[in-house]
Design a protein around this ligand. Structure first.
Ligand SMILES: C[S@@+](CC[C@H](N)C(=O)[O-])C[C@H]1O[C@@H](n2cnc3c(N)ncnc32)[C@H](O)[C@@H]1O
Ligand code: SF4
Length: 296
C-alpha cells in the first residue's frame, strides 16, 4: 500500500476512516477557536499544499493500483482555498483516480462566503459533495466567547448555500460548549439553527480540554463552569426536544460522548429522548462509555 507523506497530527471525521486523506492544506487558516488545539503545534502553521505536490501524491496512489472510492481533503478547512484551486484539485482527482465516488472536506462557514452557488455546484459536479461544518453552536454569545468568528446567521447562510448547490452538510454541535451559564440557550439556539438549515447529517461531540481550560476560560472572563455528566445529558435533552428535522441522520457516537445516540430525526426523536431521559434518571443502568475510553 502507498503511504503519502503527511504533516502530522492529522484529523478527519470518524466516517472518513476508510477514505484516502489528501492533505491539500496544512493546519487551519483560522485557528482561533479557543476549544480547539488540533492545529496549534508549530509544524501545523497554515499552508496550502503546492499543486505539484498534490498531483504527485495522486499519481503515486494511482500507480499503486489501490482502489480509492472516497477522498477526504485535509486539514482543518481545505475549503479556504480559492474556487480556482479547488477546481484544479478536483480535476486532478478525476484524472488520476476516476473511480472516486465522493470527495468531502471540513468547511467553515466563512470558507464559502466568497464562493457562489454556481461555483459550489461546479465543484459538486466534479465530486465534492459533502461538507463537515463545525457550527458548534447556534447561540451567538457562546460563539463569540469561544472565538469561532461565526454567528447563527453566517452559519445558516453557508448551510443554505451548500444545499442550494446540491451538496450535503454534516454539522457538528458541541455538547457543553457554553458551560453551566449558557447551557440552555446554547442547546435551544443550536436546535433553531438546525431546524432552519435541515442538514443531511448532524453529530454532537462533548467539548473536551486535553490541554486544560486556561485559553478557554479567557473568553468567559474566567467564569466558565464545565458541565457535569447529568448536565451534559440535560443539555442534550433540550437540544433534542427543540429539534424539528425532516430527514437528518443523527449521530452522537464520537469517542468524546458518554452516551451513544444514533437515529434518524424526526422519526426517532421520541426514542432518542427516552434514552436520554433514562440516562438522566438512572445513569447506573444506562450503557455509558467509561472515562478511560473517551477521547477526541
Ligand atoms: C478538526 S475540526 C475542523 C472543523 C472545521 N475547521 C470547522 O470549524 O468547521 C473538527 C471538529 O472537531 C471538534 N473539536 C475541535 N476541538 C474540540 C474539543 N476540544 N472538544 C470537542 N470537539 C472538538 C469541533 O466540532 C470541530 O468542528
Ligand atoms: S474548530 Fe475548525 S476553525 Fe476552529 S480552530 Fe479548530 S479547525 Fe480551526
Amino acid at each position: 500500500m502507498t503511504t503519502l507523506r503527511y504533516v502530522e497530527p492529522l484529523y478527519r471525521p470518524p466516517s472518513e476512516a476508510r477514505s484516502l486523506i489528501l492533505q491539500v492544506t496544512n493546519g487551519c487558516s483560522w485557528n482561533r477557536c479557543t476549544f480547539c488545539e488540533m492545529y496549534t503545534e508549530p509544524q501545523k502553521k497554515f499552508r496550502p499544499t503546492p499543486q505539484q505536490d498534490i498531483e504527485r501524491d495522486l499519481a503515486r496512489v494511482a500507480a499503486s493500483g489501490m482502489p480509492v472510492r472516497r477522498i477526504f481533503l485535509a486539514d482543518g478547512d481545505a475549503m479556504t482555498l480559492s474556487f480556482r484551486r479547488l477546481r484544479l484539485i478536483m480535476e486532478s482527482i478525476k484524472q488520476h483516480l476516476p473511480g472516486v465516488q465522493r470527495v468531502s472536506s471540513y468547511c467553515l462557514p466563512r470558507n464559502i462566503r466568497k464562493k457562489s452557488v454556481d461555483e459550489l455546484a461546479e465543484l459538486r459536479a466534479l465530486g465534492l459533495t459533502l461538507y463537515y461544518v463545525g457550527c458548534e453552536s447556534g447561540d451567538d454569545p457562546v460563539l463569540e466567547r469561544v472565538g469561532k468568528g461565526e454567528t447563527f446567521d453566517s452559519s445558516l447562510a453557508a448551510l443554505r448555500k451548500i444545499k442550494a448547490a446540491g451538496a450535503r452538510s454534516s454539522v457538528m454541535i458541541l455538547n457543553g460548549l457554553g458551560g453551566k451559564l449558557f447551557s440552555e440557550q446554547h442547546a435551544r439556539n443550536s436546535a433553531l439553527l438546525m431546524n432552519a438549515a435541515q442538514p443531511e447529517y448532524l453529530s454532537t461531540l462533548v467539548v473536551s480540554f486535553p490541554l486544560g481550560t486556561e485559553r478557554y476560560q479567557a473568553g468567559f472572563n474566567g467564569e466558565f463552569e464545565p458541565l457535569e455528566q447529568p448536565e451534559l445529558f440535560r443539555e442534550m435533552r433540550w437540544l433534542l426536544e427543540d429539534l424539528e428535522l425532516d430527514n437528518t441522520i443523527f449521530r452522537s457516537d464520537h469517542a468524546s460522548n458518554y452516551l451513544v445516540l444514533k437515529g434518524i430525526l424526526g422519526k426517532d426523536k421520541q426514542n432518542l429522548l427516552a434514552t436520554v431521559q433514562a440516562a438522566i434518571e438512572q445513569p447506573e443502568s444506562a450503557r455509558l462509555r467509561p472515562e478511560w475510553q473517551r477521547g477526541l
